[in-house]
Design a protein around this ligand. Sequence first.
Ligand code: 59J
Length: 577
Amino acid sequence: MSESNRRATTPRRRPPSEPLGAGRYWLMLGLVMLALGALAVRIVDLHVIDRTFLQGQGDARTLRTESISAHRGMITDRYGEPLAISTPVVSLWANPEQIPEDNIQRLMLAQALGIKVDSLDKRLERYRNKEFMYLRRQMTPEAAKRVLDLGLPGVYGQNEYRRYYPSGEVSAQLLGVTDVDDQGQEGLELAYNSYLTGTPGKRRVLKDRRGRLVRDLHLLREADPGGDLTLAIDQRLQYMAYRELKAAVNENNADGGTLVMLDAHTGEVLAMANQPSYNPNNRAGLDPHGLRNQAVVDAFEPGSVMKPLAMAAALETGRYHPSTILDTAPGWMRIDGFTIRDFRNYKDLSLTDVLVKSSNIGMTRLALDIPETAVLEKYQRLGLGQSPETGYPGESAGSLPSPIRLPRSKRATLAYGYGLSVSALQIASAYTAIANGGKRVPPSLLKLNEPPLTIDAIEPGVADDVLNMLDQVVQPGTGAHRALVPGYRIAGKTGTVRKTSGTGGYKEDAYRSVFVGIAPVSNPRIVTVVMIDHPKGDEYYGGAVAAPVFSRVAGSALRLLDVPPDQPVVATEATDS
Ligand code: 59J
């Protein structure tokens, strides 16, 4: 069957024109081969040689990966009140190549941006060969929309966030600032930058040749928002502390000042204010001095506010009692050719009165009577000369003298507060030991969720003795009575410190006025340090300049914190009616 079939079909498979057909076949084959060859060359050309060029062109015009800004975390006070928030803004940018030459359109754009057409033209000229140029950054979404709605070619918007500080100058140094790209530059914004920043997202988009969005293709990675930071600050106390500090600096015509208030039990920083300050929401013409968070980054010679801490070292030897009498006559003494003076010749003073009168001679007598390094070791135990480890950028560790060589004059001055430097924050933390039965709490700028580890810094009985001695220091009739708070028993110490001249000596007429206070005495809740730098009014004593600030700030704080009064309010002022 198959045989016959083949035979039957064969003649039909050879057309009569076969000799001619052979020539055509080869011709066709040649043409096809040629075409194939050309195609192959073109394929190689497109895929290998022109590939990067073509792909670049194609993608530049159509497919892009765009960054999605991540929301920067919020900074709040201990009750969730906002201190730093990121609000959505739009930055307008242009592709200068696409901006029309047409004068009317450029004029419209300039007008909408609120700038002169000349300056727009100048900038367009400068970026002539670029494909990207900012027109205006961080506009409100509404203002940006008004410009974008003009529909001008070459003008685009980019969604971003801008930092806003609701408390303005009140917490400026503590919080710090971010730059225009939302990155922390100073303060806590810098310290916790990566935590607050989060991770930007990415999406694939299709754009037309003019760069306009054609289609949102897909999300490559979602933006991961930054974390929120809860500070220890109590915004109510912070406002009040700032207001009082600022008023005192102005009234006393001072160079500046700082105030820090700690929770006596936890070491949490409830308030931290500085003068001078600045408005973080408008930094034009800002004074760089205003940037310093003095409470943390500046160490100074503390003077007499060290006396209660050195007193603790003396009492711990067990050789004295608060009522032990010392002879401070004649009110001055020489050690190794160096003269130490008291304000007056107080003659016989109890240890309590050494603190009440702030006798430099009394403290010197004690320091030279106890083991050589006792005062220095006490200061170390109280955290002086060591970083408080709050994580704040540029935090000062202060400095203590070396124990290797401590001549008698150094031991003396150390005990009444000279020859060392400390920050206001360190003083406050050291005083928590007096407030807490000897246990010192390290300071914390962040709100704590559990009680902190405390450091046994002073013997419990001695800490209580010193607290009661400091109650006497602020009684009516002393230089520090202006620290008193109606309704509450308070304890504290003043200091009036001559400023160093920079050439090794002390200035004749420049002081720091300091007050450190604990309240209330029956169950201490807050420790507050007030330092006013170089008051130039009629008064400059710590008791006159810094103590009244403490009185107002501690009084308001105790009421706001609902601390029960521990003393009847006595009518101290008779009214003339
Ligand atoms: C003082 C010092 C400087 C450094 C002295 C203040 C020394 C000292 C060398 C003279 C003003 C003044 C190391 S006195 O704070 O003693 O607060 O109400 O600055 O003593 O030896 O015209 N405080 N202050 N001393 N230096 N060196 C007293 C005391 C203190 C008072 C007043 C005035 C000083 C009663 C301070 C206050 O307790």
